[in-house]
Design a protein around this ligand. Sequence first.
Ligand SMILES: C[S@@+](CC[C@H](N)C(=O)[O-])C[C@H]1O[C@@H](n2cnc3c(N)ncnc32)[C@H](O)[C@@H]1O
Ligand SMILES: Nc1nc2[nH]cc(C(=O)O)c2c(=O)[nH]1
Ligand code: SF4
Ligand SMILES: [Mg+2]
Length: 209
Amino acid sequence: MTEEVQKLVNKGVMLPLMEEFYTIQGEGFHKGTAAYFIRVGGCDVGCHWCDVKESWDAELHPPTPIGQIVENAAEYSKTIVITGGEPLTWNMDPLTKMLKAQGMQIHIETSGAYKLTGTWDWICLSPKKMKLPTEAVYKVANELKVIVFNKDDFRFAEEQAAKVNENCILYLQPEWSKREKMSPLIVDYVMQNPKWKVSLQTHKYLNIP
Ligand SMILES: C[S@@+](CC[C@H](N)C(=O)[O-])C[C@H]1O[C@@H](n2cnc3c(N)ncnc32)[C@H](O)[C@@H]1O
Ligand SMILES: Nc1nc2[nH]cc(C(=O)O)c2c(=O)[nH]1
Ligand code: SF4
Ligand SMILES: [Mg+2]
């Protein structure tokens, strides 16, 4: 990457783009809704069960002008999901400003581990034990989606729920490889603690991206 490109990436005017695809939001509050996904490369949170490890190394994904990203998105949908990698690795102000100017509804999937930038219509916060969210993101998250890999994640979920704002919707989502073991425990937990709801990765059951 040239120094010039690196500068533009640092400003969020170019972003390492891994993939873009039009699909159905599979998870959380907006599951079932058609949306255009923009997957930005780069993440150093390091979840051992991450289902997109190919996203981690930003250098593997071409720095792409945000104008080009927005132009592609506009052809498909008014609902845009920015995911990654960890999108908050980068300054999301320029991209979200440009999407908003096109009248888009913009959602983010984030661990919240880095500074909250960008203007969002919906924030899905999926906190990770290794790198906890910033205080700022707890205040504005619209949904909290805790991944349940083992029993300790119920404790972690309650700890995180105590930190979010009172309007935040609470979800427990089984880690995909542990779904057979953890889903029944999640079902029992939600019946015992009905402030929580179940979230499944429904796109994986539907065999869509
Ligand atoms: C790949 S991450 C990218 C966005 C951001 N880095 C984050 O973790 O929120 C998108 C969503 O998938 C969830 N996820 C990742 N791997 C998963 C797995 N193996 N099983 C269930 N959910 C998973 C994450 O917790 C997050 O909610
Ligand atoms: N269909 C679909 N829904 C999703 N919701 C969150 C996803 C993500 O990887 O951020 C995702 C994804 O990868 N595909
Ligand atoms: S924070 Fe998100 S992208 Fe990063 S390793 Fe964890 S699940 Fe994967
Ligand atoms: Mg995914």
